[in-house]
Design a protein around this ligand. Structure first.
Ligand code: GLV
Ligand code: MN
Ligand code: MN
Length: 394
């Protein structure tokens, strides 16, 4: 199945895949999913927030739901998201093939904008579904071209007035289990193809906006400059230094935008995004405050202004311990792993018991083209998920 979608959204410039919510590639993937799910005998519908639900059996309470996402980060790998979706379809097909009929409703779902790759807020679909983000705030988010989420949704036939918390749909979910490629080397080090998730680090994103004076790179004396790139550079270094002194903390600047962006132009403004994640022993906002203080000091020295805005935040997620142990038991006592990556399962965990299965990634790399899973491990993941679905829905 991954081969069937291998050409969709391939990014010739960055490498890997750029598949963003409501763009041509993501719409293409939605169509592919609907066609595959229909062929597997599932009833496909799209909810108010643009998530797809493919039902086996009449939609109703106590449903067992699995799935993931089909969008990617810019230049991302082939497995983050699509592995969970394809393994879910494969698991359904194999259960059907052996004559299984679920006693509870079973659904495969695809969440939109899990990465926040287009509109900046990760897990936007599941945040809307659970009410973790206010629909007005979500609809006003803008992509790099200035198109709002409301405009992008409308252009694809979704009604922005209907976006928002969906208690009826939520009340149908009995348990949610997301399969995902591992985004580190935990399973490689343990020599195991499949594990379960224990918890997710607290995680937030902050937008830093620096303003100075645009000017000529050749004629402006160093002492006369108000160059916002200088405090931006100081902030990038502070992010590394602050994270390094707090064990387990991670701070990253992966997106930085100087305006106007000419090689011979001192920028008039710079915007960059700080992604910060910390284990339970630390406070994300304290770490960010330390980095912000360093950025502010550097901005003052350079005669620049700084504005910082929190764009998203999620506390640490501890997956339902009972379900976690149940899943691990069904799979012969596989280990539970902590992760620094965010997932829709983490957002749903605030409302329903959720769990996750991880599949070994020999490269240990994710959010990059080198992300990988061996075919036999994908099969092991599918078999594990089929076992879980059979036991939870049987
Ligand atoms: C999503 O994969 C994230 O952790 O940023
Ligand atoms: Mn993912
Ligand atoms: Mn991801």
């Amino acid at each position: 199945m991954l081969d069937q979608i291998a050409d969709i959204g391939a990014d010739p410039v960055r490498g890997g895949y750029s598949r963003h919510v409501f763009d041509a590639a993501e719409m293409n993937l939605r169509e592919w999913f609907a066609e595959r799910a229909t062929r597997a005998g599932l009833e496909v519908e799209t909810d108010r927030n643009g998530a797809i639900w493919a039902w086996w059996g009449e939609p109703g309470p106590d449903a067992v739901v699995t799935g993931s996402h089909l969008d990617s980060v810019p230049g991302g790998g082939a497995f983050d998201g699509p592995l969970g979706v394809t393994c879910a379809l494969e698991a359904v097909e194999s259960l059907r093939g052996k004559g299984f009929t679920p006693a509870k409703p079973l659904a495969v779902t695809v969440f939109p904008e899990e990465e926040g790759g287009r509109f900046g807020v990760a897990c936007l679909g599941s945040r809307l579904l659970t009410g973790a983000v206010d629909p007005a705030t979500a609809l006003a988010l803008r992509d790099r071209d200035g198109i709002s989420f409301a405009e992008a949704a409308s252009a694809r036939g979704f009604d922005p007035d209907r976006f928002g918390r969906d208690d009826r749909l939520l009340s149908r979910i009995g348990r949610f289990v997301e399969l995902h490629v591992e985004q580190g080397r935990g399973l490689v080090d343990m020599g195991l193809p499949v594990g379960v998730a224990s918890d997710i680090l607290a995680h937030g994103r902050w937008r830093f906006s620096l303003a100075g004076q645009g000017n000529h790179a050749g004629t402006t004396a160093i002492t006369d400059r108000r160059d916002p790139m200088v405090p931006a550079a100081a902030a990038v270094l502070a992010a590394r230094e602050v994270a390094a002194k707090h064990p387990g903390a991670r701070a990253t600047v992966g997106r930085l935008n100087p305006v106007p962006g000419g090689a011979n132009v001192i920028a008039s403004s710079v915007e960059f995004w700080l992604d910060a994640r910390v284990p339970s022993t630390l406070d994300t906002r304290e770490i960010v405050a330390e980095i912000e203080a360093a950025a502010r000091l550097a901005a003052e020295r350079e005669g620049c202004t700084l504005n910082v805005r929190e764009e998203s935040y999620g506390d640490r997620v501890v997956f339902d311990p009972e379900l976690r142990d149940e899943l691990a038991g069904m799979l012969g006592g596989v280990p539970a792993l902590e992760t620094g990556a965010g997932h829709d399962a983490g957002i749903l965990g605030s409302r329903v018991p959720t769990g996750m299965l991880f599949v070994r990634n020999p490269s240990g790399v994710s959010h990059a083209p080198e992300e990988f899973a061996e075919p036999e491990d994908c099969t092991a993941g599918t078999e594990a998920l089929a076992k879980v679905l059979e036991q939870l829905a049987g």
